[in-house]
Design a binder for this molecule. Structure first.
Ligand code: ADP
Length: 347
């Protein structure tokens, strides 16, 4: 099928030939040239015109029409969805069509990337929803089970009554923890959680966190200590959120510790940053889990995490908070000996 370019070319050729034919006829008539060579000259003139036109047609077809058709064909292949087809611009001689092909290839590449990113996000989202439902279902089912047993008669049995109520309460507490972690993570990820940055004394923050966890430390039979002698180190960040991150790290260091173990918060000053480390003498983390513990709901030992009231979201929240401060947590651990998680803050 002829496109508009070829149709225009054909019309121009026809007009040019007719026009030149008339002009030559007029010239010959005006000068009174009536010889036998006239038809030959005329024929030669028309033939030369035809050759030139064919040549122009060939150049236009090769340089414009064919590459344009290829671009259109590949564009059409995108109508049914993103395809991997690209225009081979290296063989295109027309500068403009080369630019058009490259622009189209760039657009196609970006769209493919965006689509696969969206697909990945969708997968992560549905995986997250699945995890959330599973996490919520476990304590809800437990509470439902205990309450049903109580209603079915256990309420009159003084030996199990209290036990079932205590267990229901523990599950309700777990639900509450899970929901507040979920709210935090969704606020952070949707950008709804506003950070309020300013300079504050990080030594004071560490001491406040350790003080607030003293009672829990006693329950876990773990000693909480600091190993620095500064009274004041000014850092730049959101004090409340960093305090939440440090609390999560120290809580984990206690939860995954051994009775009689210790948790120590350390400070290391550099020229522009201060490194804060939470070191424990706990169970440690095997190499293959180190990079994954910051993923939502990732637990090395599910039963132990649940037994200590873990939601599986604590470190994901820590990572988000630290990333908002342009820093990332670093994990060093020896299985059976302990773990150190550290991060740096601008001073
Ligand atoms: P959880 O609520 O289960 O503690 P986190 O996101 O806080 O969830 O931690 C993820 C997992 O990383 C934990 O389940 C645990 O297996 C592991 N973990 C975190 N901190 C430590 C630590 N200090 N020592 C050993 N394991 C840890």
């Amino acid at each position: 099928m002829k496109g508009p370019i070829e149709k225009t070319l054909r019309t121009s050729a026809f007009l040019l030939l007719t026009f030149s034919f008339i002009i030559i006829g007029i010239i010959l008539n005006v000068f009174g040239i009536h010889s036998q060579v006239v038809p030959i000259l005329l024929f030669a003139w028309i033939a030369a015109n035809m050759v030139v036109l064919l040549l122009i047609r060939f150049i236009i077809r090769k340089g414009i029409t064919i590459p344009l058709r290829e671009v259109i064909e590949i564009m059409n292949s995108f109508v049914g969805g993103i395809s991997s087809a690209r225009v081979n611009s290296s063989q295109v001689s027309s500068h403009e069509i080369k630019e058009l092909s490259e622009a189209f290839n760039g657009l196609a590449e970006k769209s493919s990337k965006d689509i696969s990113e969206l697909k990945k996000l969708e997968q992560v989202r549905s995986q997250f929803l699945g995890n959330v439902s599973h996490e919520l279902r476990t304590p809800i089912f437990s509470i439902q089970g205990y309450l049903e047993t109580l209603l079915d008669g256990a309420l009159d049995d003084s030996t199990v009554r209290r036990k079932f109520i205590v267990r229901s309460h523990a599950n309700a507490v777990r639900l509450n923890l899970l929901l507040s972690d979920l709210i935090d993570i969704s606020k952070i990820e949707s950008g709804e959680m506003r950070m309020s940055y300013r300079y504050f004394n990080v030594v004071e923050m560490i001491q406040d966190v350790l003080h607030s966890l003293e009672y829990q430390a006693q329950q876990y039979k773990v000693e909480l200590k600091t190993s620095f002698d500064q009274d004041e180190v000014s850092v730049y960040g959101d004090k409340e959120r960093l305090s939440q991150a440090l609390t999560n790290l120290v809580e984990n260091a206690m939860k995954y510790n051994k009775p009689g173990g210790s948790v120590s918060v350390e400070l290391e000053m550099n020229t522009s940053v201060v490194k804060i480390s939470v070191r424990d003498t706990g169970i440690g983390i095997a190499e293959e889990h180190k990079d994954r513990i910051f993923e939502r709901f990732y637990r090395v030992d599910k039963d132990r995490s649940r037994a200590v009231g873990g939601t599986g979201l604590g470190l994901a929240i820590v990572k988000h908070i630290l990333e908002a401060h342009q820093t990332t947590p670093i994990v060093e651990s020896i299985q059976g000996e302990g773990t150190t998680i550290s991060f740096s803050l601008k001073i």
